[in-house]
Design a protein around this ligand. Structure first.
Ligand SMILES: Nc1nc2c(c(=O)[nH]1)N[C@H]1C(S)=C(S)[C@@H](COP(=O)(O)O)O[C@H]1N2
Ligand SMILES: [Mo]
Length: 258
């Protein structure tokens, strides 16, 4: 880990440690549900003995890759995530949520108003045309899901820092939180919110963001894992009180001891 500078960076580090814990918790949650899994239980569920070198290795490589990602990207909010070419876009791009695709929320864009609250100067709501009129930015980046897949996609919108500026956000605050149409919620540290690759997005692959990818708004951060990128954003708030997130608040552990 890099030496920690005072103030902002140490706050960020605190949030990132929460991310790492989350990252380690996620696979257990998805693979094993609410069960507390021991090494023995894990061997049973994966259908192979953990004395089988190959299965252990595959398993551990995945964990350590996850850790590399964390160290390489997540611990440095100023570093740029890699970008890709149009030809590298993953088609079809995967859908993922805490529910199946048939339950994707359908948000009516015509009377949609994005709410803004907390430590901001201006709490006026935003219609979609108002958001679409903000300065444009686009990225082709890799989305990494802790469930073991990654995919390259192209998102368009506006730099989130630009939006925060327009609402008069207190950028010395610690967190930005998000409430979504599907009961998902998430929060990020301010340095990541201000990162140049953090975009408030309204399009996917040049088209209006389809419902499955988060219509009307998705926050896209290539410096963060998939679950940190909220879709269907209804409200954005700035706060110093740790807002948590849908997954981080479930509190499941990976190994429950043997
Ligand atoms: N509102 C909302 N946002 C969400 C989720 C969700 O269930 N609801 N799932 C997260 C996870 S775990 C992933 S991997 C990505 C999936 O985004 P995609 O459907 O565009 O691939 O959305 C993230 N944001
Ligand atoms: Mo994910």
């Amino acid at each position: 880990m890099k030496p920690v500078k005072p103030n902002r960076v140490s706050v960020d580090r605190e949030s990132l440690i929460i991310d790492v814990r989350r990252e380690l918790d996620m696979p257990s949650r998805r693979l094993f549900g609410k069960r507390i899994v021991t090494l023995g239980g894990l061997a049973m569920l994966t259908g192979c003995s953990l004395s089988d070198d190959k299965s252990v290795e595959t398993f551990l490589t995945r964990v350590s890759r996850l850790n590399d990602t964390v160290q390489g990207w997540l611990f440095d909010p100023n570093r740029l995530a890699p970008t890709y070419t149009e030809a590298q876009i993953t088609r079809p791009f995967p859908f993922n949520a805490f529910y199946g695709i048939d339950d994707v929320p359908i948000v009516d864009g015509s009377d949609f108003r994005l709410k803004v609250s907390g430590l901001v100067r201006n709490t006026k709501t935003w219609s979609l045309p108002e958001l679409y009129a903000l300065p444009k930015a686009e990225q082709i980046t890799r989305h990494i899901c802790v469930e073991g897949w990654s995919a390259i996609g192209r998102w368009g919108g506006t730099p989130f820092s630009e939006f925060l500026k327009r609402v008069g956000a207190d950028t010395s605050a610690k967190y930005v939180g998000f409430r979504c149409a599907d009961d998902y919620y998430e929060s990020i540290d301010m340095p990541t919110a201000l990162h140049s690759q953090t975009l408030l997005t309204f399009t996917f692959d040049g088209q209006q963001l389809p419902p499955k990818y988060g219509y009307p708004i998705k926050l896209r951060m290539p410096t963060k894992l998939g679950y940190k990128n909220p879709k269907h954003i209804m409200e954005i708030f700035v706060t110093n009180k740790f807002p948590g997130g849908y997954w981080v608040d479930q509190g499941y552990n990976w190994f429950g001891g043997s």
